[in-house]
Design a protein around this ligand. Sequence first.
Ligand SMILES: [Zn+2]
Length: 204
Amino acid sequence: MIRIVSLGRTCKNYLRLHGKGQPNLYIHCPHCHRIMNKHGCYKRTVATKHQAIQVPIYRWYCTECRKTLTVLPDFLIPWARFATTVRESAIVRRLQGLSLSQIIQGVASFAVGISAATVKRWWKRHLCQVNRVSLYMAGKLVERGTTQDLFHLYPRGVNPALADTAHWLRSLVQVYASYFSHGMYPLRGYWCWLNTQLPHTDLL
Ligand SMILES: [Zn+2]
């Protein structure tokens, strides 16, 4: 099991705050709702804009269900080597129509070594997600009672492609943040924050 939690403004801030010890979080077991116990950590490498950094990832354990829960800081998701902020800036640049080489130069330094194939993979994955994530967000906004015509934000009415939905998602995210973020974001982009709320199958 995983949970994504905001544990510092940036990767470096996370290291400073929690690099030497497990944060004191009251984590409730998702199954039995008892408070879980601290259960050690492992190291993971994360590639940020300028460097690859090793960070500790902490775990909690439920003695009743005998299940472990891993708490990822919000700049990480389970499968990605790159920080969420780096992946988001690549997708935003792709949406702005920048070329692959412009994207690569813009989102990470040469030392980090991001490849065109990686950016293409992110874009492909993003297009697979856009339908689910935008409907999830539109649903939450409607639940919240928005009066805005969300479909009006859709860039194209006829023969839409997934890339159009990706643009729609970007607009929805901004509306969603204006309702739910209480002004805390988007200093680091939106995805880190969104990932603390999205279903785990839909992490950005
Ligand atoms: Zn439990």
